[in-house]
Design a protein around this ligand. Structure first.
Ligand code: CP
Length: 310
């Protein structure tokens, strides 16, 4: 297969396993490119990309911008906080105005689930979802699986536990879709109050005992508590949460095998993970960030190759 089955990257649930394999194969090439002294290829000199961020971001925003620049695309950046959105302009009007400046692709982070799908139905540009509320974060899940493949050789057959605030996490949902599509076994672990009611219908098991979950898995993907999406308390205190769901050195020493530790960032050090573990050789957190650039180069390159210039 030489092209994606989709014209937009709106979520992992719209991809096939072959799409993921094509993205990884393409990312392998771009990973080699970004480790050269000259980290740039001229592939997308005829493409203009707008990065629209309606929500805060460090890693995703910088990673997309670097990926676009490494491919020689023209790039414009938009932040809702300093835009005319503050004067009441709608999403469609904002994007239509940007597209009339001859933009080919839109990378968008938005607090509303489904914002990318909505946009793809109303504007004539390729849309990449950089995170839509608590719905999906497809490039994060792709870079996570790519990092597992890099560390353990493959994703198929691996046992992955996702730990923390599953209810509010787009990273969890996209990872569940991506890992299951590639033949991994997935468990989720955290307080019952932070588990969506439908979670088992996605083909994952719930484990509320962190030690049992770590003993079972090959990989633990640690998530932070998403306080910004909470309007009530879901557990008594952070102290109690850390006692039950924090990965620390003592917890890792109490299981009888080495496991790989992942985190999408931002980390709340001392809450879901201690610094000792986050900075250890078992953790591949900065490898995930490095791989994010290659994965986003691959996604943008493959989507751009489907854009017909008239
Ligand atoms: N992992 C991730 O999406 O981080 P940012 O919110 O900093 O982009």
């Amino acid at each position: 297969m030489s092209e994606l089955s989709v014209n937009h990257l709106l979520g992992i649930k719209y991809l096939t396993r072959e799409d993921i394999e094509l993205i990884f194969h393409t990312a392998d090439h771009f990973k080699e490119v970004i480790n050269r002294p000259i980290k740039k290829v001229p592939s997308l000199r005829d493409i203009t990309i707008a990065n629209l961020f309606f929500e805060n971001s460090t890693r995703t925003r910088l990673s997309f911008e670097l990926a676009e620049k490494r491919l020689s695309a023209d790039v414009v950046n938009f932040s809702a906080a300093s835009s005319s959105v503050k004067k009441g302009e709608t999403l469609i009007d904002t994007v239509s105005n940007i597209l009339s400046m001859k933009v080919d692709m839109v990378v968008m982070r938005h607090p509303n689930p489904g914002a990318g799908v909505f946009l793809s139905q109303h504007v004539n540009a390729s849309i990449v979802n950089a995170g839509d509320g608590a719905h999906e974060h497809p490039t994060q899940a792709l870079l996570d699986s790519y990092s597992i493949r890099e560390r353990l050789g493959s994703v198929e057959g691996k046992k992955v536990v996702i730990v923390g605030d599953i209810l509010h996490s787009r990273v969890a949902l996209s990872n569940i879709f991506a890992l299951r599509l590639q033949g991994a076994q997935v468990k989720v672990c955290g307080p019952k109050t932070l588990m969506p009611r439908y979670i088992e219908s996605l083909g994952v098991e719930v484990e509320t005992d962190l030690r049992q979950a770590l003993q079972w898995c090959d990989v633990a993907n640690m998530l932070r508590i998403q306080n910004e999406r909470m309007d009530i308390s879901y557990f008594p205190s952070i102290r109690e949460y850390t006692q039950l769901f924090q990965v620390n050195r003592a917890m890792l020493e109490s299981i009888d095998k080495p496991i790989v530790i992942m985190h999408p960032g931002p980390i709340n050090r001392g809450v879901e993970i201690t610094s000792e573990v986050a900075d250890s050789d078992q953790a591949i957190i900065l490898d995930q960030v490095e791989n994010g650039v290659a994965i986003r180069m691959a996604v943008i390159y493959l989507l751009a190759s489907k854009i017909k210039h008239t």
